[in-house]
Design a protein around this ligand. Structure first.
Ligand SMILES: Nc1nc2c(c(=O)[nH]1)N[C@H]1C(S)=C(S)[C@@H](COP(=O)(O)O)O[C@H]1N2
Ligand SMILES: [Mo]
Length: 346
């Protein structure tokens, strides 16, 4: 048998590769159904191997002004932007070289070290479509958007469902401003966000691997317009790097990392709860709400604590308690008043 089923699969622990293992398994299952081509693809990806510790190399030295291909970010002059001190975090900032070299971006591979592969993503021209239940559907150029709407810096905690965490100074636009600009109809209840589809740049899209490309996520209107919800265009005082979801990605710090959809090309307003990439892969494990709660374990591991992204092997990273709503309950808990607690976390 060519295919190696990862041994970690049976072990229920908060290991940092769980999303990948889950996806590998699903791919294997799909592959078995789909026949020899998918089997080959599954084998190929499984051969990518286990995670190493976050590498110190490279990304921090990859200046956003000089990405591969000589890319100069036309908005670089806007950074750094003023930090909004309303949002304070008691944790130390995660070193930039870690936050830019330990990433999840499945379009470029299922291991954490995709930062080099992600440099292939062409960041311009970048058009964003706004459609669905809006007064008028439009397309807007990213540079125009970034220069029209107000940018600010916010330091937020970030918590991946795999139980690693970081603290990042993001720069971005409050999503409420984009919603205001989009003029959604009163009947719109949700907004779906979609990542680019570019099989030339993103190997996993080219090969498929059984994933439901493109990556999509969604929020209710109340979530999208909450004051915390940020459309991130920069980090660490510079334009965002491709591996972190340039030129524009979502950050809702009270939700697990997989909600934080990267490199968005489309916002679609709708009255139906959008199906998301991860809901399609594992609805019981990665559902629509994905609100952080240490008391509700993931079906395969505890969510009580989280490891702070640090140098060295992940088992040695500081392990600290996870806070309900990621510590942002004062801003967001009321959104969910009257809803069934059991449904809110996956
Ligand atoms: N398009 C896209 N967005 C994505 C992902 C992805 O694979 N593709 N991974 C998600 C997950 S699981 C996490 S934890 C965060 C990671 O963001 P970071 O690499 O900037 O830390 O991005 C999220 N957004
Ligand atoms: Mo994640």
């Amino acid at each position: 048998m060519l295919i190696k089923i990862p041994r970690g699969w049976e072990i229920s622990e908060n290991d940092t590769t769980s999303e990948r293992l889950f996806a590998d398994r699903r791919r294997l299952v799909k592959g078995l159904v789909a026949g020899p081509t998918m089997l080959a693809a599954g084998g190929l990806l499984a051969a990518c191997g286990e995670e190493g510790p976050a590498s110190k190399a490279n990304a921090a030295e990859v200046s956003p002004k000089s990405l591969a291909g000589g890319f100069e970010d036309p908005t670089a002059d806007l950074y750094p932007v003023t930090r909004n001190l309303r949002y304070r975090v008691e944790r130390e900032l995660t070193p930039e070289n870690l936050a830019t070299t330990y990433n999840n971006f499945y379009e470029f591979g299922s291991q954490k070290s995709i930062h080099e592969a992600a440099q292939k993503l062409p960041l311009r021209p970048w058009e964003i479509k706004i459609d669905g239940m809006v007064e008028k559907e439009t397309t807007i150029d990213i540079d125009k958007l970034v220069r029209t709407l107000p940018l600010e810096e916010r330091v937020y905690r970030f918590r991946c469902v795999e139980a690693w965490a970081m603290t990042v100074p993001w720069s971005g636009i409050p999503m409420a401003k984009l919603v205001e600009m989009a003029k959604p109809l009163g009947s719109a209840k949700y907004v779906q966000m979609q990542t680019f589809m570019d099989p030339d740049a993103a190997p996993a899209q080219r090969l498929g691997f059984g994933y439901p490309w493109p990556y999509t996520e969604g929020l209710t209107m109340a979530e999208a317009t909450n004051e915390l919800t940020l459309l991130v265009t920069g980090a660490y005082g510079k334009p965002a790097l491709p591996q972190n979801g340039a030129p524009i990605r979502l950050i809702t710090p009270w939700k697990y990392g997989f909600k934080q959809v990267k490199s968005i090309v489309r916002f679609t307003f709708t009255d139906k709860m959008p199906k998301t990439f991860w809901m399609d892969l594992g609805p019981r494990e990665y559902g629509f709400w994905a609100n952080i709660n240490p008391e509700v374990p993931h079906p395969r591991w505890s969510q009580a604590t989280e490891r702070l992204l640090s140098d060295g092997p992940s088992m040695l990273w500081p392990n600290v308690p996870t806070q309900k709503w990621g510590g942002y309950g004062e801003y967001v808990a009321s959104i969910y008043d009257g809803m069934d607690e059991k449904t809110l976390f996956y």
